[in-house]
Design a binder for this molecule. Structure first.
Ligand code: AHR
Length: 662
């Protein structure tokens, strides 16, 4: 039995001029809730991968290009008059990295070289930077690797790297660099210089020039600590990867090919992503899985299913190869290293232990690009072919369709669905009850959602908000309460997109904003509501009887795995504070609970601006004590989001839905 709906409780309702709500959380009924209720979604949009969570500091480190974004020398500037040219040598560094940079002396004297401007700057601190570069050509002498101001030339740190280069071969040089002082801002460059008099043939070729600051959990070529920490604070439970539109790619030949994202970095060609720039594939499948490991996340791995964003899709007769490609990907992730082909490949790239994958999503938003023909093909053969093949080989994996029952599809068993929603706050509030319609047979992931424009906004080309804003965050919170009330049918929820580099972005409304300087990393208003909800995990929901209909107060209640009682609530469209009386059935006088209330600025359009550092979200925490009848009394203001969690366990019996038991 699900918690009572507004309609079911209407009989109990009595008119109240101040919207007071008397809530009683029942000790019986309810249902188990998904352990994955709040998660993360990521794809390389708005330089959120390269130049974002992937901590590489060097922009265009390996001159990767494509038909759409040809290789170039963007980000590289000559030092001391050096001549830099892009070359496609007969002996490239690797098949994946065919282009390199030739550096030749001109008339000037002294050391020459090149500098890199980074992804709109570089953060320089007194910490250890790990660097490497490949050189081809004979050079006797030392290279100097340095970090300096792009404004003043002030050098913060440098290191000499003795040349090991030899004729005709690419030689990798590794170094560490510890600046002796921190830079006052992020407008800095990284340079490599050398003495041209030691160069035999007048020039040297360089490729894969890399520099990493310390990374999260010190993973080599890993992720940015400040961004990972901001994610970790949300207590997320899953990561949906690798997108999003990026998975789909632009065309039938340009999409996220997992097998090209693994192994040595010099063997990853990168791709023209769908957001207007080339990506390196440095943040590849293994790095995504390590991200999951480091934050304890369940991976939800999306596989390419034949649809690209140009609307074209693979004909049925040719699709089998991509079904196999997806099966190979799953085998790469989960297969035994000794007995499976792709498990052995995983071991060869440093991960002998298989990962556990419980969720595989088939494509992304197949209802959108190329509809109706592409969607018809999804319904008719693409989705069924993937479901059949994956469930036959991996019966324990929950396959997920990239569309949900709300997208005009009957999803074949045993697949679940995925629902995406980018709307205005009112729409989210009105959707509070929509997941009550889900049956046990149509579990759904909410794989992307965000309030993106204000009420009455006219959509993508009109009133998109510049950042997540408080009124939007409250609308989203109510949508999430509606999802969590149905936690046995909702696999999980994730805000999207998660990240935006403030220097080049395609999507303004994201969970976190950042730039090269970690001090600019900004937690949005939505981040605060998600941190509150994500850190109070309901493992079982319980029915709530109320004398008030839903609105302006919305809520869900349940118990944590420890047995404490939890109420999550939000207030929207109220003219006054909402007095709440809350009793967990069986609780008695003197019981205590912690109440956390988030409120926003007076102006509901207020947002957390990375440039002002003003946090518009106010959090108050108080201890509330149950009165004579065991009820907690408190009031919640207009546009507030709150969680109450009891300090002691509460009674609850017979948790499972009748239909689940049957
Ligand atoms: O989150 C940004 C984009 O929105 C995703 O890539 C896509 O799935 C959706 O349309």
């Amino acid at each position: 039995m699900r918690p009572l709906t507004a309609a079911a409780t209407a009989a109990l309702a009595f008119a109240s001029s101040c919207n007071a709500a008397n809530l009683v959380v029942q000790a019986t009924g309810g249902n188990n809730s998904s352990p994955l209720m709040y998660g993360l979604m990521h794809e390389d949009i708005s330089n959120s991968g390269d130049g974002g969570i992937y901590a590489e500091l060097i922009y265009n480190r390996a001159f990767q290009g494509s038909d759409m974004y040809p290789s170039n020398l963007a980000g590289w500037i000559p030092v001391n008059g050096a001549s830099l040219s892009l070359q496609r040598l007969a002996t490239p560094l690797s098949w994946a990295l065919p282009y390199s940079m030739n550096v030749a002396a001109t008339a000037s004297s002294g050391k020459i070289g090149f500098a890199n401007t980074g992804y709109w700057g570089m953060d320089v601190k007194m910490q250890t930077y790990s660097g490497s570069f490949y050189v081809k050509g004979v050079y006797e002498g030392s290279f100097t690797a340095s970090l300096q101001s792009n404004l003043t030339g002030d050098v913060f740190g440098s290191v000499d790297v003795v040349s090991q280069s030899v004729a005709g071969e690419w030689t990798q040089h590794n170094f560490t660099l510890v600046p002796s002082k921190a830079a006052p801002n992020s407008n800095n460059t990284f340079a490599i210089t050398f003495d041209p008099t030691g160069v035999k043939d007048g020039s040297l070729d360089f490729n894969f020039i890399s520099l990493f600051p310390p990374t999260y959990k010190n993973r080599p070529y890993g992720l940015r600590p400040d961004i990972m920490e901001a994610f970790a604070e949300l207590n997320p439970k899953f990561l949906r990867l690798p997108g999003g539109n990026m998975l789909e790619g632009n065309t039938q030949t340009s999409w996220w090919k997992w097998n090209e994202t693994i192994g040595p970095l010099k063997d990853r060609p990168g791709m023209a992503n769908v957001w207007g720039y080339q990506i390196t594939y440095g943040l590849g499948l293994v790095e995504y899985m390590e991200w999951c490991e480091d934050l304890g996340l369940e991976p939800i791995v999306a596989v390419w299913d034949g649809l690209s964003l140009d609307g074209s899709f693979t004909p049925q007769a040719e699709l089998e190869q991509w079904v196999q490609f997806a099966l190979d990907e799953i085998e790469f992730l989960t297969g035994d290293a000794a007995t499976t082909k792709w498990g052995a490949v995983r071991a060869s790239v440093g991960h002998p232990e298989p990962w556990i994958v419980k969720y595989v999503e088939i494509g992304n938003e197949d209802w959108l690009a190329g509809a109706p023909a592409a969607y018809d093909a999804y319904k008719q053969y693409r989705l069924p072919m993937f479901i059949d093949a994956i469930t036959a080989k991996y019966p324990d994996i929950q396959v997920i369709s990239s569309s949900s029952v709300f997208d005009n599809i009957t999803i074949p068993e045993p697949a679940a669905g995925d629902y995406h929603s980018y709307v205005e706050p009112d729409t989210f509030v009105n959707a509070f009850g929509m997941f009550d319609q889900l049956t046990a047979g149509n579990k759904t992931l909410i794989g992307e959602y965000a309030a993106v424009h204000p009420n009455g906004g006219i959509g993508w080309n009109g009133d998109l908000m510049p950042f997540p804003w408080w009124g939007g965050a409250v609308g989203e919170a109510i949508f999430l309460l509606g999802a969590e009330r149905n936690g046995d049918r909702i696999i999980g929820t994730t805000y999207a997109p998660s990240l935006r580099n403030m220097n080049r972005w395609q999507w303004s409304v994201t969970l976190l904003q950042f730039a090269a300087d970690p001090a600019l990393t900004t937690r949005s208003t939505s981040w605060y509501t998600l941190r509150l909800f994500g850190n109070h995990v309901i493992s079982k929901t319980l029915p709530v009887t109320s004398d008030a209909e839903f609105g302006p107060l919305y809520h869900v209640a349940g118990t944590s795995s420890k047995g404490t009682g939890i109420l999550k609530a939000a207030v929207y469209n109220s003219t006054a504070d909402v007095p709440v009386s809350l009793r967990f059935e069986g609780s008695s006088k003197g019981a205590t609970a912690t109440l956390t209330v988030l409120t926003g600025p007076e102006n509901p359009y207020g947002y957390n601006d990375p440039f002002t550092h003003v946090n518009v979200v106010k959090e108050t925490t108080s201890t509330v004590t149950a009165g004579a009848d065991g009820s907690f009394h408190f009031s919640l203001p207009q546009l507030s989001v709150a969680v109450l969690e009891t300090d002691a366990t509460v009674k609850c019996r017979k948790q499972r839905r009748v239909e689940v038991q049957a």
